[in-house]
Design a protein around this ligand. Structure first.
Ligand SMILES: Nc1ncnc2c1ncn2[C@@H]1O[C@H](COP(=O)(O)OP(=O)(O)OP(=O)(O)O)[C@@H](O)[C@H]1O
Length: 205
């Protein structure tokens, strides 16, 4: 038997949110999800009017949702942000080259400027070359460190005030668990203090 949307809009619910227990229709879920992110942004004073914000766009689901939601909220609540997409091409054949096509589509759909920076142009090394040199075992360390720096360098080139990255509740849980397993209490504390936005958890359920 169909369950009614608990927002009392009269539509049938299509999902039950694990976070709140609410049963919602698609439209009310979108509205609630966007409103929570808006509250996080305003309560945390994450941006100020006129800020230029680089959305770190990998072409994956988290950063694609991030770009869409930031655009919607910027228009709806007049944040007056300038949003730009910043993508890092690590040079992983068959992986990043595919996802960069999605970023190109995001650029057109959301009407945002896009800057793509590659490891090759920044460091003279692509991940394909690094893997050929060091093997597959430790290449994630190179990739993560290089990417973080590449995003910072992109941010400097674009003269932005903030970089926004997409993370979901599973990512946060993973970070907390890793910090516990490492016994890194300082980081654990910082992690718990961070106000986080759950970007895709509800889409996955
Ligand atoms: N190549 C990249 N270029 C720009 N930003 C990136 C890139 N890779 C990761 N990011 C940023 O870091 C966030 C977390 O990246 P992670 O590798 O954990 O992927 P993810 O959780 O699967 O996210 P996504 O679904 O957006 O790929 C992304 O959402 C994005 O904002």
């Amino acid at each position: 038997m169909p369950v009614l949307c608990s927002a009392k809009c009269g539509n049938n619910a299509v999902l039950k949110r694990p976070k709140t227990g609410d049963t919602l229709c698609k439209e009310c879920f979108y509205w609630a999800f966007e409103l929570e992110i808006h509250s996080t942004i305003t309560n945390g004073k994450l941006f100020k009017k006129g800020d230029v914000v680089a959305i770190a766009a990998s072409g994956g689901k988290d950063s694609t949702v991030l770009a869409q939601v930031l655009k919607i909220l910027n228009d709806r609540y007049n944040y007056e942000l300038k949003l730009v997409l910043l993508s890092i091409d690590e040079g992983i054949t068959g992986y990043r080259d595919d996802s960069l096509k999605t970023v190109q589509e995001n650029k057109d759909e959301y009407q945002m400027p896009l800057k793509i920076l590659s490891y090759e142009e920044l460091y003279g090394w692509s991940m394909d070359k690094i893997v050929a040199e060091v093997g597959r075992k430790n290449n994630c360390t190179f990739c993560g460190v290089f990417r973080r720096q590449a995003l910072d360098r992109g941010a400097m080139l674009l003269n932005v005030n903030c970089i926004a990255t997409g993370h979901n509740a599973d990512d946060i849980a993973e970070t907390v668990l890793m910090n516990i397993l490492r016994g890194d209490v300082a980081r654990l504390q910082r992690c718990v203090n961070i106000i986080t936005v759950s970007i895709t958890k509800d889409y996955n359920t």
